[in-house]
Write a protein that binds this ligand. Sequence first.
Ligand code: TMP
Length: 253
Amino acid sequence: MARRKKIYEGKAKTLYEGPEPGTLVQYFKDDATAFNAEKHDIIEGKGVLNNILSEFFMLGLGQIGVPTHFLKRLNMREQLVRSCEIIPLEIIVRNYAAGSLSKRLGIDEGTQLPRPIVEYCYKDDGLGDPLVTEEHIAAFGWASQQDMDDILSLALRVNDFMSGVMLAVGIRLVDFKIEIGRVYDGDFQRLVIADEISPDSCRLWDIKTGQKLDKDVFRRDLGSLTDAYTEVARRLGVMPNNPPAPGKPQLVN
Ligand code: TMP
């Protein structure tokens, strides 16, 4: 059998050439990294959980008209996605203070922010993904003003959607990171949500107990990461043996 072509290998995922032009197969690995890969471990089952959770969120976003790169889940670890040109920015939306914002501004973790705050980091592992402003983005041409308007609007729509979905299952969406890609339809360019949306890229706290159900469990050695992600999947009704039917995301109380 012909070996398929690897397009890109990241820390938590690998991209392979897809079956048709303009498509890629996104494979979710079990690798967990933190602090720019200074900390690394293999967490058995993490890839399966993130594949299914990311499918669930991307399908839901599609249903409210937020375009994503997601096409369909292929198996327990792989999904078919549209190939896109990733804008070299990590877009972070924060509802409550935590992590680097708390450190940078001296605000206690868990403090509700006066409104959602959107931050941009330049995607460069060698530099540790530094925080940048719209001035840098415009001056270095990473995104146009029109792109930035669209990115802000997409990020806030994802925030409203994700906050609501999580609230319905007793989880607070503290913050999250998304990546956005460009796809070309003929002469037209559109922006789509790309990469993944999963507990690797969000902060999720149980509303009642404050228990962390995201990658901070790994970053801060707080217990079993698989248990935390399984709890998120269980509450959303998308356990690996009960994955969402394509096109039919289901919310479970
Ligand atoms: P931060 O507080 O460390 O800046 O993280 C903000 C959010 O972004 C949090 O939900 C975790 C997520 N994140 C990533 O997805 N990838 C990263 O490399 C980092 C640093 C954060």
